[in-house]
Design a protein around this ligand. Sequence first.
Ligand SMILES: [Zn+2]
Length: 147
Amino acid sequence: MIVDPTPRELRRIFDEIRAERARQDERFGEQNHPDGTGGREWENAATMARANCDLATVAGELTWRDIAYEEDAEALAESDPVKLRAELIQAAAVKVAWIEHLDRRALAARCQRCKGQKIVPDFTNWDTDHAEPLPKPCPDCQGGDGG
Ligand SMILES: [Zn+2]
């Protein structure tokens, strides 16, 4: 039996990417374009983007935009196909890491009491036919305080 060591959260993102790739192929067919990368303009952009990342890091203000732009600029500055491929992998991996962080934040933002379900069991109000508590709005996140 082969065990996939990829964490479930990461696997879900890869599944979404795979599905999006299938939609792209379905819509546009196999794509074969010139790279159009390289050149002084993008080399300068990559240099500026790296400097911006360094400054933002020192200032404690580094954002995903800064990181993603740096990786994109480095890819767009690269004309050697082997190096371009390596840069595109790095740029894609940063996008995946960004998505992972968005998902972690969404999870953390969920109410701890109801886990985002917005309802909790009301143990003072039972469904006697099914011998279970009826649901009530979660007091932590539906109490009208916007929390
Ligand atoms: Zn709640």
